[in-house]
Design a protein around this ligand. Structure first.
Ligand code: NAD
Length: 527
């Protein structure tokens, strides 16, 4: 009989579900010392954010402990690396909150445009002040959704019912993916922002989305536009929003999430044009029920050894094998990140070919690492070696792998080909001296670049003076070149160049490089 320890709040429905299947469920809130003492008596733990599942806890839990389930999304309190090393599966429940957060978004939108909280506050003060409470209809307005994923699509369904026109910005999905939600995707924020009456954000917090709405973006918006944020606080720069509202450029904002929670600076939340709520997206009875069911079903599946939809780490394997595999996983994930930043468009197909020694390894995990590298920066939920390929499939991306045993210049080679519309992007990587990762081919051109740090990648026509010109633009901008490689097939023919630089390259510097005659394409990759 499985013994499951639920150490934080979980809806009763989840406990009943487990007991109904014959599991012995203990529901208590142990201190850290009690947790350490007794964790070894259980097959699974179900936690939220307060139980610290440290390496020490996991070490005491094995061999009986097999799964840790997080009833919710974030898992900062769980040492997932340690769990992986000890072969303990960690999983979460990212779907249960979807509807509740979309409904809160619509609630905030209506409350903001009809000034409902302000009206209510007057009534409570026995004041009948209709004149200053003139509102705005949703009907016919242009709603801009940034991040058209799970929650963004649910918002679109509801906005359609209100007769809104819906535009979207999400560079990682295709128009076909959101056709049925009546969302018209635009290619850039610059295209979206000037058109919208109401902007709502539903992106994960990543390097790319951190402060994606700041002074410049707010200025691009129509005067009198509204903003809703139920995603993550740090996607909007609070000080810039405060200023734009006080200046009268932005009419108002409804914020469920904040730069720090609870806020240390309450000035934005206190503005009369702002409605603020304390991160309530998932605070509904239904979301709590759904999350409880989602997590117990996943835990149950994992205990039976079945496939798990939302696992966070990878399964256990013998340490010797993992030591061999690890540098390939690193290489492949970095190649995926490189490819993702190079392409910056929705991918249709990913093909990996394994050549040489590497075919002896469980290379499906290397495939998963590549897919993780491409998807992880753009999705709101954790992508890992177990769920990466499954998540790619869910997004309509075909992933295939094959092996070739031929001997070539390299003893091992991981070759990837990514199809985007009618175009193909290609890259190959190898391990030098067993564990130094190198990208050795880009689009059929020989290169030699370590996949780390800041890299400028160009496609150009080889001719005298090109390197000097790019070098002087970088020099003028105080960007130091660490190394450089030019790959070409014939003298003065098509070529690629990789330049590893010590500093990040700002977009305006890239734009300057693009003006040099002969450069067809210039990309900046940060790994
Ligand atoms: P999701 O992964 O299903 O969707 C996120 C979408 O954002 C994806 O389609 C992705 O392609 C897109 N995206 C990624 N980077 C982008 C970029 N730079 N520009 C534009 N689009 C980009 O995630 P989800 O489940 O819909 O969750 C969305 C957000 O809502 C997350 O940040 C999550 O943490 C947050 N959330 C908040 C609450 C709350 O209580 N307020 C509850 C649940 C989720």
């Amino acid at each position: 009989m499985y013994r499951i320890w639920v150490t934080e709040d979980l809806d009763e429905i989840g406990l009943e579900w487990l007991r109904g299947r014959g599991a012995e469920v203990e529901y208590s809130r142990p201190s850290y010392e009690e947790l350490l003492e007794r964790v070894g008596e259980f097959d699974a733990l179900i936690v939220r954010t307060n139980t610290k599942v440290t390496e020490e806890v996991i070490a005491r839990g094995v061999p009986r402990l097999k799964v840790v389930g997080r009833a919710g999304v974030g898992f900062d309190n769980i040492d997932t690396d340690a769990a992986t090393r000890y072969g303990v599966l960690v999983l979460n429940a990212p779907y249960g909150y979807m509807i509740s957060t979309a409904e809160l978004t619509m609630g905030l939108m209506l409350a903001l445009l009809r000034k409902i909280p302000l009206a209510d506050s007057y009534m409570k003060k026995e004041q009948w002040r209709k004149r200053e409470l003139l509102g705005t209809e949703l009907y016919g307005k242009v709603l801009g959704i940034i991040g058209v994923g799970r929650i963004g699509r649910q918002v679109a369904i509801r906005a359609n019912a209100f007769g809104m026109q819906i535009l979207g910005y999400d560079p990682y999905i295709r128009q076909e993916d959101v056709e049925k939600y009546n969302v018209k995707l635009l290619p850039s924020l610059e295209d979206l922002l000037p058109q919208v009456d109401i902007l709502t954000l539903h992106v994960p917090l990543t390097e790319e989305t951190r402060y994606m709405i700041a002074e410049r973006e707010l200025r691009m918006m129509k005067k009198g536009a509204f903003i809703i944020n139920c995603s993550r606080g740090k996607v909007i720069k609070g000080s810039a929003l405060y200023k734009a509202i006080v200046d009268g450029h932005i009419a108002g904002a409804a914020l469920d999430v904040h730069e720090t929670e609870p806020p240390t600076d309450w000035s934005l939340a206190k503005l009369p044009q702002v409605i603020a709520t304390p991160h309530l997206g998932s605070a509904t009875y239904e979301a709590q029920h759904k999350v409880a069911i989602e997590v117990v079903e996943e835990i149950w599946m994992a205990l039976q050894g079945g496939p798990v939809r939302s696992s966070i780490n990878m399964p256990s394997m013998p340490p010797e094998l993992y030591a061999y595999l690890k540098p390939y996983l690193y290489l492949s994930e970095k190649m995926g990140q490189f490819m993702g930043q190079w392409i910056r468009r929705p991918v249709d197909e990913i093909r990996l070919t394994y050549i040489g020694d590497v075919v002896e390894l469980p290379y499906s995990l290397i495939t998963a690492a590549f897919v993780k590298g491409i998807l992880d920066p753009v999705l709101g939920e954790p992508v890992n070696y177990i769920n990466a390929v499954c998540m790619a499939k869910e997004r309509g991306i075909t992933v295939t792998e094959s092996i070739e045993e031929r001997e070539g210049e390299f003893t091992n080679l991981v070759r990837v080909e990514v199809k985007v519309g009618k175009e193909y992007y290609e890259m190959a990587g190898t391990l030098v001296g067993r564990n130094i990762p190198k990208i050795v081919e880009i689009d059929g051109f020989r290169v030699d670049v370590e996949p780390k740090g800041n890299i400028i990648l160009t496609r150009h026509h080889d001719r005298p003076g090109m390197i000097g010109k790019i070098g002087s633009i970088l020099g003028e901008n105080n960007i130091n070149i660490a190394n450089m490689y030019v790959g070409r097939k014939e003298i003065r023919g098509e070529a690629v160049m990789t330049l590893c630089v010590d500093e990040p390259v700002p977009p305006e510097v890239l734009d300057k490089i693009k003006t040099i005659e002969g450069f067809e394409r210039v990309d900046f990759i940060s790994l």
